[in-house]
Design a protein around this ligand. Structure first.
Ligand code: ZN
Length: 285
């Protein structure tokens, strides 16, 4: 009779151990998502980067922050054997929303990019558009009325800009920002880019009510129109802001406007994570 050698037993144990680890890894990577939509507001310094993960594991990145730090944040959420993003949205091409996306397009397989198509002439934006071309990534210039359907009743509706800005020059790039509303059942989250007060007033009749509001423009003085805030009526406010930033963000008047909401800030809280279901939105850490 042939008995397994010590070496074979050892190899078998290693194999079992590796299989177990792999199953555990895949389990952890997919477990949270079955419970709902995950919203991650990454601490990338003075800039914006939001990752949305749907229960069906679609991954949507809104803006990429001012540097490459978004890539290591994404690496923690996206297993090495996937390395893909379904949707990348650039709200507007200012560097604090754009710069990190160049490395993202290089490091991840990105299916589609959504932007406004506005004209802006900085080296970063040229490079971003160049990488899109090199990698043959499908792009869509979006405006009010366009939407993405992620199944299960989960929708991302684009509310702003109100008309196509493709090939247009604008005076104030902040006010060209894509505004998008994520809805599932009774719950919504509103993402505003850097849209300033005056432009927010154009959205008052756009069904903007949302339990979670990503505050515009790093909570500067022009970030929150009180009329707009009243219409959104958020329970939670999220502020992307760098520690000791040179702009003095968030300003006292902006924070004061948000006092009826529960405020989360990337400079204090680091990465901010929320879970969204059809019935509730809750903070995770
Ligand atoms: Zn910004």
């Amino acid at each position: 009779m042939n008995y397994p050698s010590k070496r074979n037993v050892f190899n078998l144990l290693i194999l079992l151990l590796l299989t177990g680890t792999l199953i555990a890894l895949i389990g952890t990577a997919t477990k949270d998502r079955e419970d709902g939509i995950l919203l991650h507001f990454f601490d990338v310094g003075q800039g914006d980067a939001t990752l949305i993960e749907t229960p069906q594991n679609q991954k949507i990145l809104i803006d990429g922050g001012p540097n490459d730090s978004v890539v290591s944040k994404l690496d923690k959420r996206i297993p090495f054997y996937q390395k893909r993003l379904d949707v990348v949205i650039l709200t507007h091409p200012h560097a604090d929303h754009l710069a990190g996306l160049i490395k993202v397009l290089d490091s991840f397989k990105v299916k589609e990019v959504y932007l406004t198509g506005v004209i802006y002439t900085t080296p970063e934006y040229f490079r971003f558009l160049e990488v899109i071309k090199e990698k043959n990534i499908t792009t869509h210039a979006v405006f009010d009325g366009d939407y993405l359907d992620f199944g299960d009743g989960i929708k991302l509706n684009f509310l702003f800009p109100q008309k196509s800005l493709q090939g247009q020059k604008v005076d104030n790039l902040n006010n060209s920002s894509i505004v998008a509303k994520l809805t599932w059942g009774e719950k919504s989250a509103l993402f505003t880019g850097d849209l300033e007060k005056e432009a927010q007033l154009q959205l008052l009749n756009s069904g903007i009510k949302a339990e979670l509001l990503k505050i515009s423009h790093h909570c500067s003085n022009d970030a929150v129109s009180e009329t707009f805030l009243k219409k959104v009526d958020p329970k939670y406010s999220i502020i992307f802001v760098g520690k000791d930033n040179m702009f003095g963000h968030p300003t006292a008047s902006c924070l004061n406007a948000l006092k009826s909401t529960e405020v989360f800030r990337t400079d204090y809280n680091g990465d901010i994570n929320f879970l969204m279901t059809k019935e509730k939105i809750s903070h995770l850490n």
